[in-house]
Design a protein around this ligand. Structure first.
Ligand code: FAD
Ligand code: GLY
Length: 415
């Protein structure tokens, strides 16, 4: 808690925090906003764009906006091919967000006047050998029973659909509703759109949540500045648990899940791929995502290694080996980048979005834990956060994913 009367507290002239955040206000006075968004990844930026569009004064705090997991990602919008047993509520959420993508992409492209590489060319899942065919068949039956609009393909039919696929593949699943966006173009566009809508970006690290009389009053930055606000959105991805000033029961239960990923550059001998190909190779999964500019993204590892982001030779080898097994021509391409990002994982692999559960932090909204699907879930998450901060109800699909479900396990999970 901040002592009233100290810099950045509610007692400071101009530092009122009791003004309803639903009330649109004029341009911000120095360091005073309706809402401060901590974290400028895809989630924080989409929230800031939505909130600014509602007429609120908004600040985004991030030393490197758009350079976290959102930069590393592959950009697949894949509720169908990423479905897992026991995660049906998450599937409903992912499908609901996928339905918002066409309008979200169109609105964002119109706002910035350029493409974000949103492609609706579908996804082909292929099985490398007979054992993988059995895995694929089980996945297909699960998807089909959920009514997900998938089609079973022979290996030959899969190759007809995508001739760059290896001759030996045993079978395929065609998921026409799984799309993709260029996540790097996306975060750049969100940054510009949010700024054009009035959001102010502070390139600094948020150190601490500040509260007064049980209500959030702002965010203290590294260097000592305080941004005053009546609402704070905690959207710092896997670092969300590190913000000081969060009561123990409010600390989001997020942890980093490392993903190593490659970017291959086009050349004359590069294969022509028109859609995302996901491979099941000896039971492991690999994806090959072709961009409009003929760059190809190959990913990704799933590793529990804390905040380590080292790129390892073994991961590069295994990703290329498995990707080559399903799309042989990719090894002709130039290796442009090998990088690693940290997915914000949660205990049940689902996001944590809603009013903070716990005493003393009224006005704090949490939007983190998006794990493997933060790009996909950005439209629905930002609409929900915009509604909550405006005092409205968020979309129903988010009801199972509030912060309260982990109240008993919350701790400094990501520290
Ligand atoms: P981030 O993008 O990590 O952003 C968090 C931001 O918070 C960062 O910019 C960071 O600088 C900032 N920050 C941290 N601490 C502070 C602080 N104290 N103060 C201020 N700012 C702070 N999802 C999909 O939907 N489709 C995919 O195909 C896909 N592929 C992926 C592939 C890989 C290899 C990885 C790693 C992830 C992938 N994901 C994918 C998951 C997706 O990238 C994440 O779920 C999503 O990016 C999370 O967004 P975020 O904004 O919460 O976090
Ligand atoms: N959703 C793809 C990944 O997380 O690697």
């Amino acid at each position: 808690m901040t002592d009233p009367g100290q810099p950045g507290s509610a007692g400071r002239p101009g530092g009122e925090v009791s003004r309803p955040v639903t009330e649109p206000s004029s341009a911000p006075a120095d360091h005073r906003y309706d809402v401060v968004v901590v974290g400028g990844g895809v989630i924080g930026l989409a929230c800031a764009w939505d909130l600014a569009g509602r007429g609120m004064t908004v600040a985004v705090v991030d030393p490197e906006p758009g350079r976290g997991a959102s930069w590393a990602a592959a950009g697949m919008l894949a509720p169908v091919s990423e479905v897992h047993h026991g995660e049906e509520p998450l599937l409903a959420l992912a499908l609901a967000s996928a339905r918002r993508w066409p309008a979200f992409a169109a609105e964002l492209e119109a706002a910035v006047g350029r493409s974000i590489g949103y492609r609706t060319t579908g996804t082909l899942v292929v099985a490398a050998d007979d054992g993988d065919r059995a895995w694929a068949r089980e996945l297909f039956e699960f998807q089909r029973d959920l009514g997900l609009g998938v089609q079973w393909l022979t290996g030959r039919r899969a190759r007809q659909l995508e001739p760059a696929v290896a001759p030996g593949v045993r079978a395929g699943i065609w998921a026409p509703g799984d799309h993709q966006v260029d996540n790097r173009l996306l975060v750049g566009a969100l940054l510009d759109a949010a700024t054009a809508a009035g959001a102010v970006v502070h390139r600094a690290r948020a150190e601490a949540l500040e509260c007064s009389a049980g209500v959030v009053s702002g965010i203290g930055l590294a260097g000592g500045t305080t941004l005053l606000a009546g609402a704070v959105v905690l959207a710092a991805g896997t670092w969300s648990a590190q913000l000081a000033g969060l009561p123990a029961g409010v600390v989001p239960a997020v942890r980093p899940v490392k993903g190593q990923i490659l970017r291959l550059l086009p050349c004359d001998r590069a294969p022509t791929l028109t859609r995302t190909v996901r491979g099941i190779v000896r039971g492991a999964s690999v994806y090959v995502v072709p961009r409009e500019d003929r760059t190809v993204v190959v990913g990704a590892t799933m590793e529990e290694r804390g905040f380590d982001t080292a790129v390892t030779a073994g991961a590069v080898y295994e990703l290329l080996r498995d990707a080559h097994r399903v799309v042989p021509g990719i090894t002709e391409m130039t290796l442009g980048e090998a990088s690693a990002g940290l997915r914000p994982g949660s205990p049940d692999n689902a996001p944590i979005v809603g009013r903070a559960a716990g005493e003393g932090v009224e006005g704090l909204v949490v939007a983190t834990g998006h794990y493997r699907q933060g790009i996909l879930l950005a439209p629905l998450t930002s609409a929900a956060v915009g509604a909550i901060v405006s005092g409205q109800e968020p979309p129903d699909e988010l009801a199972p994913f509030g912060p309260g479900r982990f109240a008993s396990v919350s701790g400094r999970a990501g520290a």
